[in-house]
Design a protein around this ligand. Structure first.
Ligand code: HEC
Length: 135
């Protein structure tokens, strides 16, 4: 009986060790799968504001008009990050524009409103965008 428990414990340890290594491999894969939209700063990938915000931006329509480093219809997110300091006031202000729509700051094109977005989600997206500022 004792032997059984020892063996079970050893198997549990091995399983845990395997899980850990396959998890980290999965993490690497999942960040790799977003390469089209992932900026160079690898250190950001452990920042929850970055990962949560990126997930929200990815699951909404944002990337149809925005890219990280290139102006499309909307400004490059890196340019937005370089323009605004990462303060609570700016996060709230920009989140408001995502929800209500924006125009007149970056050029003639207007950003469509996103009235279905929760304010907290919009703020989380802005936090992600503002982390893209060039150091
Ligand atoms: C239909 C195209 C379009 C979509 C979709 C879109 N944007 Fe925009 N976005 C724009 C344009 C155009 C501007 C520039 C508006 C201006 O000049 O004030 C802009 C500006 C911004 C700004 C900067 C606002 C400012 O006042 O400086 C942020 C932040 C932003 N968008 C985030 C987002 C996020 C997050 C999403 C997804 C929820 C999103 N955008 C979806 C077109 C879009």
């Amino acid at each position: 009986m004792k032997k059984y428990f020892v063996t079970a414990a050893v198997f549990a340890l091995i399983a845990a060790a395997c899980n850990n290594s396959s998890n980290s491999a999965n993490n690497a894969d999942s960040s790799g799968s977003t390469t089209a939209v992932t900026p160079k700063e690898d250190d950001l990938s452990s920042n929850p504001d970055y990962t949560k915000g990126l997930a929200l931006v990815t699951s909404n329509d944002c990337f149809t008009c925005h890219k990280i480093d290139e102006k499309v219809t909307g400004p490059a997110y890196r340019d937005v990050a370089n323009k605004y300091d990462n303060t609570d006031a700016n996060v709230k202000m920009l989140a408001g524009k995502i929800i209500s729509g924006g125009s007149g700051i970056w050029g003639p094109a207007a950003m469509t409103p996103h009235p279905a977005l929760a304010e907290a989600d919009a703020e989380q997206m802005v936090k992600y965008i503002l982390l893209l500022r060039n150091k």
